[in-house]
Design a binder for this molecule. Structure first.
Ligand code: SF4
Ligand code: SF4
Length: 190
């Protein structure tokens, strides 16, 4: 598992005992969520001023420039940060991915991220979650793949039923591959 993302552990309650699966969110890397305002609200860059000099120099120049704009015209500052792209975005790609702020790596599993209406991957994730939960009593917890993957427990029939529902909900091949890899660590065959 080398994709850093968040996932939900879904624990289904049944009369004969519970079973569970992990459903991951997979970013499309469309770059839509990388506005300057998003970046400024995402927390500190995770690197160090010594090892990531270029990044920190760019960040310092940015804060100076923004500070001046704020002093000059607060309204213009607000408009600018809402409209401008994050300065570390190159094409649709994050150029500081390994050291991006925590808020970026956790998106959309943040207080406001889940409310985002621009993220197509998030819409698909929500639809997949709805499909798996529909008609079932479910306990849901959120996790990150960078931490320990929560072990799952299901029968082949239950897993196949999940895949059928996910396919109907529009899961992509990449998302399905990630779903499969996140559900490899089984507790048992219920
Ligand atoms: S909007 Fe969604 S899919 Fe696009 S880069 Fe942001 S998290 Fe990824
Ligand atoms: S640091 Fe990277 S992930 Fe965060 S807003 Fe900028 S480009 Fe996007």
């Amino acid at each position: 598992m080398n994709i850093e993302t968040f996932y939900v552990h879904l624990k289904f309650q049944t009369i004969s005992g519970g079973w569970s699966v992990n459903l991951p969110f997979l970013c499309d890397k469309c770059g839509v969520c990388c506005t300057l305002e998003d970046f400024l609200n995402a927390g500190e860059i995770q690197g160090t001023a010594e090892s990531d000099r270029g990044v920190y120099a760019k960040f310092k120049a940015l804060t100076v420039e923004l500070g001046k704009l704020f002093e000059r015209d607060e309204k213009m500052y607000e408009q600018h940060i809402a409209a401008a792209r994050c300065p570390f975005q190159e094409g649709n790609i994050c150029s500081i991915y390994a050291i991006r702020p925590k808020g970026c790596s956790q998106f959309p599993n943040t207080p406001f991220g889940m409310l985002s209406e621009d993220c197509k991957a998030l819409e698909r994730f929500k639809e997949q979650k709805r499909a798996l939960k529909r008609g079932r009593v479910v306990e849901e917890t959120g996790h990150f793949t960078g931490d320990r993957i929560v072990p799952v427990s299901f029968s082949k029939k239950q897993y196949d039923a999940c895949i059928a529902k996910l396919l109907k909900a529009g899961i992509t091949e990449e998302e399905k591959a990630l779903f499969n890899s996140l559900n490899e660590q089984k507790d048992n065959n219920s």
